[in-house]
Design a protein around this ligand. Structure first.
Ligand SMILES: C[S@@+](CC[C@H](N)C(=O)[O-])C[C@H]1O[C@@H](n2cnc3c(N)ncnc32)[C@H](O)[C@@H]1O
Length: 312
């Protein structure tokens, strides 16, 4: 499938103004966390985080389709011995803005750093907050089913009398189950906890999330040919996965070096060809056209002050 991937440099609050209402099917992103990475892309003070985020979320709300989903990967920091509350305040502010807070998925980091703190243990999870514009939204639950695994073997081997009929909860919760319904099945619906290892080692971005994270949400909330937005795109992980799954994608990042990195990883050779074509277009349009036709010329070493020209 032929899909489009656009990588835009700028502040997402400004760049999104160019997109129409109700355009994207999914927004999946990991924003700058409060006060983190000050030496790379700056940090927003925890006290100012909600005020900083809300105008951006207003644009997200405008460009998301009513059937779409917004997944926000975020985790509050600890300060002066306690967890900051800005993420909780952000959830309340987004609800006031008109978002429905549908679910909270947990990304369990299977390989988090070891460490010791006087008042807590190492942090092994992050939030993936799921917001919607309307109660009816696209959700392809079958696309993320998991093997039944050992639970099925152990539990289904010896079915009791309460398992073969619908058995209403003994605690009056109103929920009931008929476990025998699952006897012949090999796949089950997953939980809301995603057990994924971090993968920062293979990216030149200080806060890349693992590919499996956007992959899971893209499969769950979109179909082929849909539009995915990552307004804080970083190294382009979301865009890379969206493209590989046949989804169109737009990524925005405020730093030009991250946009470059995303172009390299998402568009790869295609991007290098375009770059080369642009370089030749001024000095040598004929070679530029040949580059465009994917016959890549050999390049001589660069001479200072002279544009590189292809040996033809
Ligand atoms: C946590 S990182 C995203 C990492 C990304 N998920 C990946 O896998 O590489 C947040 C990104 O937001 C970018 N950013 C910060 N403020 C921004 C803004 N106002 N608009 C767009 N991008 C911004 C930063 O440059 C940074 O790359």
């Amino acid at each position: 499938m032929n899909v489009k991937t656009d990588i835009v440099q700028g502040d997402c609050v400004d760049e999104l103004r160019r997109y129409p209402n109700d355009f994207f099917d999914l927004i999946v992103t990991s924003p700058p966390y409060a006060d983190r990475r000050q030496h790379t892309y700056g940090g927003v003070k925890p006290e100012q985080y909600v005020d900083w985020f809300v105008p951006r979320a207003a644009e997200f709300l405008r460009v998301l389709k009513p059937s779409g989903s917004f997944v926000l990967n975020i985790k509050e920091k600890a300060e002066n011995g306690e967890r900051h509350t800005y993420v909780l305040e952000l959830i309340l502010a987004l609800r006031k803005q008109g978002w429905l807070w549908t679910e909270e998925y947990i990304w369990h980091k299977r390989n988090c750093y070891p460490g010791k703190w006087p008042n807590r243990f190492r942090d092994a999870w992050e939030r993936c907050l799921h917001f919607n514009k309307s109660r009816k939204f696209k959700m392809n639950q079958e696309s993320v089913m998991v093997p039944m695994g050992d639970w099925a073997d152990a539990r289904l081997k010896s079915l009791g009398k309460n398992d073969v009929v619908r058995f209403d909860s003994q605690v009056g919760s109103g929920f009931g189950k008929n476990i025998a319904n699952w006897a012949e099945r090999t796949m089950a619906f997953p939980t809301n906890v995603l057990h994924l290892a971090t993968e920062c080692g293979n990216k030149n971005h200080s806060a890349a999330f693992p590919r499996a994270l956007p992959e899971w949400f893209i499969k769950l909330f979109t179909d082929e040919g849909d539009w995915v937005l990552d307004p804080f795109a970083g190294s382009g992980t979301t865009l890379e996965i969206a493209k590989s799954l046949g989804r169109n994608a737009v990524g925005i990042d405020i730093l030009s070096e991250y946009c470059e990195m995303a172009r390299e990883s998402v568009l790869g050779n295609q991007y290098q060809l375009l770059e080369e074509r642009a370089r030749y277009a001024v000095a040598d349009p004929e070679t530029a056209n040949r580059v465009h036709q994917k016959k890549r010329p050999r390049l001589p070493p660069e001479t200072p002050g002279k544009p590189r020209r292809a040996k033809t």
